[in-house]
Design a protein around this ligand. Sequence first.
Ligand code: AMP
Length: 214
Amino acid sequence: MNIIFLGAPGSGKGTQAQKVALENSICHISTGEVLRKEIACGSDLGKTVQEILKKGELVSNELVLDLLRNFLDTHKECKKGFILDGFPRNIEQAEQLDNFLLENKTKIDYVILLKVEDNIIIDRLSNRLYCTTCSLTYNKYTNPPQSSGICDKCGNELIIRNDDRPETVKTRLNIYHSQTEPLIEYYKKKGLLVGINGNQEPENILSEILGVLQ
Ligand code: AMP
């Protein structure tokens, strides 16, 4: 089973994708996460994209498709199925993905859209904490770690992501509306889109998604 998770930054894509991947024993591929790891390890690629991520802009389509191809090449277990989280982010990437899937004789089975209003997104992102080691996210108020500023899972210090600062969130939301939202129509036309209300308890969202996938 191959799935795309679509939604604004902060809509819960990453959290839900991690859980759904675990439930279905398939790969979770977050292009944002791959880019952040490159930045963290100080690679040439990381140095090139650092400023782009900090500003909340998109890296080039060529670069992100190369990253995806490379991820799939080096993670053969993804042949069993994968969840794309954060890719595609515009029509050109979606078309490139279609070609890639065709070449590899595979397809997307579902596109799950998590629907959350902008004011809720802004509120969520301004209170989000992130673990650079295991990528878990928390919310200072609605889902705080047991010990302040420390990840429950790996015990490392939690940070505020560079791109979760208010001015950058505005840019990311603008890009989402102008470049990513057209994908809703794109996948609706293909009969793949399933919309889920992303403004409910995470457990309820998860059970709705699992219900769709059954
Ligand atoms: P995310 O973790 O999905 O919010 O992504 C964080 C950042 O990584 C984005 O704001 C972009 O700068 C970059 N990024 C992630 N995925 C893509 C993509 N498919 N195309 C272009 N840039 C991306």
